[in-house]
Design a binder for this molecule. Structure first.
Ligand SMILES: [Zn+2]
Length: 73
């Protein structure tokens, strides 16, 4: 199997997001942030705001992908 850059999918990384209402950590995938999906707190069922982190996450992912592309060049 040939290794390709497309195998690196950082959007499948899980992160912990603290609920602003009940402070309970919910595990969400980075892809939920990137694609602006709504995350529901597993404790109080309120919506977790992923919008705030969207731009920085997307920017970070792009940076990482670019660096990996450079490695294989
Ligand atoms: Zn909550």
């Amino acid at each position: 199997m040939k290794l390709s850059v497309s195998n690196f999918d950082f959007t499948r990384t899980w992160i912990n997001v603290p609920c602003p209402a009940c402070k309970l950590d919910s595990r969400i995938q980075l892809r939920d942030v990137v694609y602006k999906r709504a995350a529901i707190c597993r404790g109080c069922k309120s919506n977790l705001k992923l919008k705030d982190t969207y731009d920085s996450t997307k920017l970070g992912l792009r940076k990482i992908t670019k660096q990996i592309n450079n490695i294989f060049r």
